[in-house]
Ligand binder design. Structure first.
Ligand code: WTA
Length: 657
C-alpha cells in the first residue's frame, strides 16, 4: 500500500470518543479557555504567567518588534527553581512527595518537596563555590535518578544554563556539545542501571575531556550511583555526596530577568552539526506549567503523574524537570528499561505508586502491544485516568490498544504534538472537552495559532496536506540556536517570512481535526528520537572504509523509523582487512562510537552506486523505497545492478527528482 493510501485510510478514521460527563465536570480545562484565548491572546498568556511567582511583575506581555527574536514578559523578574520548589514548601506542601524514584534494581526513594528544596539549595551552594555564575554553562550527563533533577534545578536556580546530554550519546558527541557550549562544569554519575546491569557513564566524560579537549571544563561533579570503579582526576573530579554533605542548606533564590537563558538542548537538524536550541526562563515556564496542568488534567493533591521520558530529551525537561514541579505534582521517575526484569515492569510501577496520569511514546506502546496484553493484565491499572502520547504520530491501532488495555477502556488519550524548539505542547486534545479521534492530534491549544500552507505560502483548507506553520509567537518558543543566529533565522523563519516553519507535514480532515504526516525534511524519527540523516552520513564517511554514504529512515513496525545506510566502500582500504571482515558490524560500531547507540544503523546496504539527480543530490526518496520494499536482513549486499534495477523500476513507475 502506498503512503498516500495509508494516509487516506487514516483520514477516514471514524471512531469518536466523547468525553465522560463526570470527567468533564471536574476537568481543569474548561471550554472557556478557548474563548478567552480567542478573545485576547496576549492577555490570555499574561493570565497563565500570573499563575507563577514573579519577584518583579512584568508590564509588557510580548515584544515582537524584532522578529524572529521574541521577548516574553521581559521586564518581569523570576526564579524558576523558587517556582518549582520553595513556593510549594512556603504554601505548606513541603511534606508532599515530589519524586517517587524507582531504581532499576528495585530500590526506591520518596523525595518530598521539602527534601528536594533542601537538596537543590545545597547543590546551588556547591555550584557557586565551584565558581559557576549566572550565564555559565553546565553540562549534565546522568541517568534518571533524583540527583539529575536536583542538578538541573540547582543550575537554573543560580541562573546558570544547563545543557543536558542524553546518556545514550557517545564520548565524541558529548565532547562536541561541551565544546560548542563552552561548559565550565560537567555533572555526571559513575553509571546507572540499565537492562539489569550497571552501565558506566563517567568513562565517556573522561574520554570527552581527554587530550586537551573541552578546556573550558574546570570540574566534574560525580554522583555515585552504581559504585563501580571509575578513574579519578584529582583536583578536577568532585564527589557529589561529599560536596553536598558539607554544603549549607540555606540558599535564597535570586530573581532573573524573564528572558534570562535557562537551557540549551542539542537536537538534530538537516545538517551534520546538531543545533543547540536555546530556551529562556519566564515564557518557557509559563507554557510548560500551563500545558502540563491543562493537557494532563493535573489535580496536584490527588494525582500521581509519570512521564517516561529521559531528561536527555525536551520531554524530560518540560514534563519532568519543570512543568510538574511548577505545578506541585507528585511524579514517578524510573531509572531503567521497560523490559527489566520483564515486560511487566512499567505496569508494576503503575500499580505500586497508583499512577493516574501516564505520558509516553508510541514506540513504547507498540513494543508493549507486540509483547502482548498478558503483561499489563497481571497488574492493577485501575488508577489510570489520563494517558498521553508524544514523539511521533500514534497509529490508530496503538491508540485503541493503549486506551483499552492500559486505560481501562475509558481513559482519554492526549496525543501531544510539539518539538524541542517549541518548548512545550502546541497541539493536543484537551481531556474533558475534546471528542477524541484515534491517531489525530486534533487541535492547537488555546493560545496557539497555526496554519497549514502549501510551498508558496497559500493557506490550505480542510482535506489538503501541506506544511505545518505557527503564525504567532508563543511563550515557550526557542529564542535561538546557541552561537548561530543566522542558522536560527534560516532554518525556521526563512521559508515563510515571519512565520515559524516546523518541518512537519500536516493536514486538517473534513471535521477540522489535525493529522501530523511526518517530517518533510531529512530528519528521522527513530523511537521518538530525532536523528539527522546528514549527521549519520558524516559519521559513516569519517570511517576509512567508506567512500560515500546515504542514510534514510525506513518504516519500522516498532520504532516508527529505522536507520538504513547505503554505503559505497573504498576497495583499497577493504583489501587491507581481508574479505571476511564484517564490514556491516564495523560500520555500525563506528556510528555507535561517533554518535551513540541510538544512531546505530539497523541495516547497512553495500552498493556500488547511489542514485543521484543531475545536480548530484542523492535521491533519498528512491532509497527509502528500496529500504522499505525489500525484506532485508542484517547485512544485505546489493550488486549495483540490482539496486539500480530496483531504482530504475521506481523511476519508470513515475518517481521523479
Ligand atoms: C515529531 C519531541 C506526530 C514531529 C517532543 C516533530 C510528533 C518532532 C508528535 C519533534 C506527535 C512529536 N505526532 N509527530 N504527537 N510529537 N512529533 O524535538 O515530527 O524530539 O517535529 O520533540 O517529533 O521531536 P523532538
Amino acid at each position: 500500500m502506498s503512503a498516500d493510501h495509508e494516509i487516506e485510510n487514516l483520514l477516514h478514521e471514524d471512531r469518536h470518543f466523547a468525553p465522560d460527563s463526570e470527567f468533564a465536570r471536574q476537568a481543569i480545562a474548561q471550554p472557556a479557555l478557548y474563548q478567552q484565548a480567542q478573545a485576547d491572546r496576549l492577555s490570555f498568556w499574561a493570565n497563565q504567567a500570573k499563575e507563577l511567582h514573579w519577584h518583579k511583575p512584568f508590564t509588557q506581555v510580548l515584544d515582537w518588534t524584532n522578529p524572529p527574536f521574541a521577548r516574553w514578559f521581559h521586564d518581569g523578574e523570576i526564579n524558576i527553581s523558587y517556582n518549582c520548589l520553595d513556593r510549594h514548601v512556603e504554601a505548606g506542601n513541603g511534606d508532599r512527595v515530589a519524586l517517587y524514584f524507582e531504581g532499576e534494581p528495585g530500590d526506591s526513594r520518596e523525595v518530598t518537596y521539602a527534601e528536594l528544596t533542601r537538596q537543590v539549595k545545597k547543590a546551588a551552594n556547591v555550584l557557586t563555590e565551584l565558581g559557576v555564575k549566572a550565564g555559565d554553562r553546565v553540562a549534565i550527563y546522568m541517568p534518571m535518578i533524583p540527583e539529575a533533577i536536583v542538578a538541573m534545578q540547582a543550575v537554573a536556580r543560580i541562573g546558570a544554563v544547563h545543557s543536558v546530554i542524553f546518556g545514550g550519546f557517545s564520548a565524541e558527541s558529548l565532547s562536541t556539545r561541551i565544546e560548542d557550549a563552552q561548559a565550565k562544569l560537567v555533572i555526571t554519575a559513575d553509571g546507572g542501571y540499565r537492562k539489569g546491569k550497571a552501565s558506566a557513564l563517567k568513562p565517556a566524560v573522561d574520554e570527552a575531556l581527554s587530550g586537551g579537549k573541552c578546556a573550558s571544563v574546570k570540574n566534574v561533579l560525580v554522583v555515585k550511583r552504581t559504585n563501580q570503579d571509575v578513574a579519578w582526576v584529582e583536583g578536577r573530579d568532585i564527589d557529589w555526596s561529599l560536596a553536598l554533605g558539607e554544603a549549607s542548606d540555606e540558599h535564597v533564590a535570586q530573581p532573573f530577568h524573564a528572558e534570562h537563558p535557562l537551557f540549551i538542548l542539542y537536537t538534530s537538524g538537516t545538517t551534520g552539526k546538531p543545533k543547540g536550541i536555546l530556551h529562556t526562563t519566564g515564557g518557557y515556564l509559563t507554557q510548560a506549567a500551563y500545558t502540563h496542568k491543562n493537557v494532563f488534567d493535573l489535580h496536584a493533591e490527588q494525582d500521581v503523574y509519570w512521564c517516561t521520558a529521559d531528561i536527555g530529551w525536551i520531554t524530560g525537561h518540560s514534563y519532568v524537570a519543570y512543568g510538574p514541579l511548577a505545578n506541585g505534582a507528585s511524579q514517578v521517575i524510573y531509572e531503567g528499561t521497560p523490559e527489566t526484569p520483564d515486560w511487566g515492569r512499567w505496569w508494576s510501577i503503575v500499580q505500586k505508586y497508583g499512577v493516574s496520569i501516564l505520558y509516553t511514546a508510541p514506540t513504547a506502546i507498540r513494543s508493549f502491544m507486540k509483547m502482548g496484553s498478558q503483561f499489563p493484565n497481571q497488574y492493577n491499572l485501575s488508577t489510570i485516568r489520563v494517558l498521553g502520547s508524544v514523539g511521533e504520530p500514534i497509529n490508530p491501532e496503538a491508540w485503541m490498544w493503549y486506551r483499552k488495555v492500559i486505560g481501562g477502556g475509558h481513559a482519554p488519550i492526549v496525543d501531544t504534538w510539539w518539538q524541542t524548539e517549541t518548548g512545550a505542547i502546541m497541539i493536543s486534545p484537551l481531556p474533558g472537552i475534546t471528542t477524541l479521534k484515534p491517531g489525530s492530534a486534533q487541535l492547537p491549544l488555546p493560545g496557539i495559532e497555526l496554519k497549514i500552507l502549501d510551498d508558496d505560502g497559500n493557506v490550505l483548507g480542510n482535506g489538503h496536506a501541506g506544511l505545518l506553520t505557527i503564525t504567532e509567537p508563543w511563550p515557550s518558543m526557542l529564542r535561538g540556536i546557541w552561537g548561530d543566529p543566522e542558522r536560527f533565522q534560516d532554518t525556521y523563519w526563512s521559508k515563510f517570512d515571519g512565520i515559524y516553519f516546523a518541518g512537519d507535514g500536516a493536514k486538517f480532515d473534513e471535521d477540522g481535526d489535525l493529522w501530523l504526516l511526518g517530517r518533510v525534511d531529512d530528519v528521522m524519527n527513530v523511537s521518538g528520537h530525532r536523528l539527522s540523516t546528514a549527521e549519520i552520513e558524516s559519521a559513516l564517511v569519517s570511517h576509512p572504509f567508506v567512500a560515500e554514504a546515504a542514510v534514510v529512515g525506513a518504516k519500522d513496525e516498532t520504532t516508527g523509523q529505522a536507520v538504513v545506510a547505503f554505503v559505497i566502500l573504498r576497495q583499497s582500504q577493504l583489501e587491507s582487512v581481508g574479505s571476511d571482515a564484517d564490514v556491516s558490524k564495523i560500520l555500525r560500531d563506528h556510528v555507535t562510537k561517533e554518535i551513540g547507540p541510538i544512531a546505530r544503523p539497523r541495516t547497512i546496504m553495500v552498493v556500488g552506486e547511489l542514485p543521484k539527480t543531475r545536480s548530484g543530490k542523492i535521491m533519498r526518496r528512491l532509497l527509502r523505497d528500496v529500504a522499505e520494499d525489500r525484506p532485508v536482513g542484517d547485512v544485505t549486499t546489493l550488486a549495483d545492478t540490482s539496486v539500480m534495477d530496483i531504482i530504475s523500476g521506481k523511476i519508470a513507475g513515475g518517481a521523479s527528482d
